[in-house]
Design a protein around this ligand. Structure first.
Ligand code: HEM
Length: 474
């Protein structure tokens, strides 16, 4: 009793029915074939869930017992042979690395200790925008907000300040993140075709060499950061996870206990860099895009921010975040319409399963389409409209308990950086909206704002968002 799905072609299965954007292709197909859909990518069976009920079953029940991360060529490479957190199957390596990251990177204590980093980087952003404001030049918000999240995440995770770094600059960092993500999100034929055939196609098509080139660039960056830590020794300012793990690698471990290796360290660094930077910047860019398209919401939000925080503040602090409730609703609505990872990360059935009455054979790849769920009229009134007020009296939150809104996933593999990510995006936007008023460049109207998406498994705005800042007059 397999779920229904479109008929595939011999050998390639349904691969020809996937356009550039997988979540949109699945969304369109699910309108015809239903919310639980069976496809084949070459020889690999795939089931896509596009409802809250399906997501709940997969993430709450089966993720705990019978699903694990799918094993793919790209994820094996970028996780240093499954020694990271994000791409690694449920096993001892994953448990140890996740536990370590929860203590050394994501704990409430670390979140508080690193507050000054986020506040400092936001102040720098405000200074940069002020320069454009003086000359009334448009700001490329995609670049500005990417640079904000990248600077914060790399300082939190690696203690690395880009303006003091002679190895990479911000443009290179953006290139590294985007190239790595594109390669992770693209198909390797080896994964979906019979052994030998896929291998040959990957080599002839250049897929194999693209993947390895992208990985080697990321690896060089990671190695640079490690060498820098080894050269400088433990920092007085704060001890980041790289120092902690280097220390663990160098200490003799007790017989039978878990041994941290350089691959674990590099895997975790790859995670922090790839999972930590882009989703946050994408979320802020979509939020600003929706605000620019909806001047009513922009005005209401800025009014609430300025009335609550008061006039002429010199600096926004994280204590200000809890005061502005409407900002939270704006992000909830942004996440609903534009989840940065619309298909979460692919899972795989570890045994034969029965979900919502359907048989899911062992080794089936399982995808949860949070993009479809966020736009399902069964759960959302006027689902395509941007209306933050819908959350005012709603119990729905994004912490993985409500399966109609899953920007951070849910269950055992829920994003461990959820609090860090939310703090960064809320603080970033609070700064941008408190100090400046924003307008569209001359001759442009809200209808001209382009909403096209780009990206493979992390999906952002394709065309830069350029707006003109004016310092707010109190
Ligand atoms: C607004 C910001 C963020 C969003 C929207 C986001 C979203 C996500 C999503 C959807 C997943 C997959 C969950 C699943 O498959 O069920 C994930 C996993 C993950 N995220 Fe985030 N994330 C954000 C920020 C961060 C940050 C700042 C970090 C680290 C510095 C981070 C690190 C991770 C890691 C390591 C995983 C893998 C967890 C695992 O498999 O056990 N994320 N994130």
């Amino acid at each position: 009793n397999l779920p229904p799905g479109p008929k595939g072609l011999p050998i390639i299965g349904n691969l020809h029915q996937l356009g550039k954007s997988q979540h949109r292709s699945f969304h369109k197909l699910s309108q015809d074939y239903g919310p639980v859909m069976f496809l084949r990518f070459g020889v690999v069976p795939v089931v896509v869930f596009s409802t809250r009920e399906g997501a709940e079953e997969v993430l709450k029940t089966h993720d705990l017992e019978t699903c694990s991360r799918a094993k793919l060529t790209a994820t094996r490479l970028f996780s240093y042979n499954y020694k990271s957190i994000g791409f690694t199957q449920y096993n001892d390596d994953w448990k140890e690395m996740r536990k370590l990251a929860m203590t050394e990177l994501f704990s409430a204590k670390k979140l508080k200790a690193f507050r000054y980093i986020r506040e400092e980087e936001c102040e720098l952003l405000v200074k940069k925008i002020s320069k454009s404001a003086q000359t009334q030049t448009p700001v490329d918000l995609r670049k500005a907000l990417f640079s904000l999240t990248a600077s914060i995440v790399c300082r939190l995770g690696f203690g690395q300040k880009f303006n003091e770094c002679d190895f990479v600059d911000m443009d290179r960092v953006e290139e590294l993140v985007l190239e790595s993500e594109t390669n992770i999100g693209s198909f390797a034929f080896t994964d979906f075709f019979p052994p030998g055939i896929g291998w040959v196609i990957d080599r002839i098509s250049g897929r194999h060499s693209d993947l390895h080139k992208a990985f080697s660039k990321l690896s060089n960056f990671i190695q640079y950061v490690i060498d820098d830590h080894l050269k400088k020794g433990p920092s007085q300012e704060h001890s980041d996870i790289v120092h902690v793990m280097l220390d663990m690698i160098n200490k003799p471990s007790k017989a039978g206990s878990f041994k941290v290796t350089y691959d674990h360290l590099k895997g975790v660094m790859s995670d922090v860099f790839l999972a930590g930077v882009n989703p946050g910047s994408i979320s802020m860019i979509w939020a600003m895009t929706e605000l620019a398209r909806h001047p009513r919401v922009m005005k209401k939000l800025q009014q609430e921010i300025r009335e609550t925080l008061g006039d002429n503040k010199e600096k926004i602090t994280e204590q200000d975040l809890d005061k502005v409730q409407y900002l939270k609703f704006v992000f909830q609505e942004t996440f609903r319409l534009h989840p940065p990872a619309p298909l979460l990360l692919p899972r795989e059935a570890m045994s034969d399963l029965k979900i919502l009455g359907y048989d899911i054979p062992k080794n089936t790849m399982i995808e949860v389409n949070t993009y479809s769920i966020g736009r399902d009229p069964k759960y959302w009134e006027n689902p395509n409209d941007f209306i933050p007020e819908r959350f005012i009296d709603s119990p729905v939150e994004y912490y993985g308990q409500h399966f109609e809104l899953l920007p951070f996933g849910a269950g055992r593999r829920i994003c461990p950086g959820i609090n860090t990510g939310l703090t960064i995006v809320e603080l970033g936007l609070l700064n941008v909206l408190y100090f400046f008023d924003w307008s569209l460049p001359d001759g442009m109207t809200t209808k001209d704002i382009d909403m096209e998406e780009a990206g493979a498994f992390v999906v952002g705005k394709k065309v830069p968002l350029e707006l003109i800042p004016t310092p707010h007059k109190w």
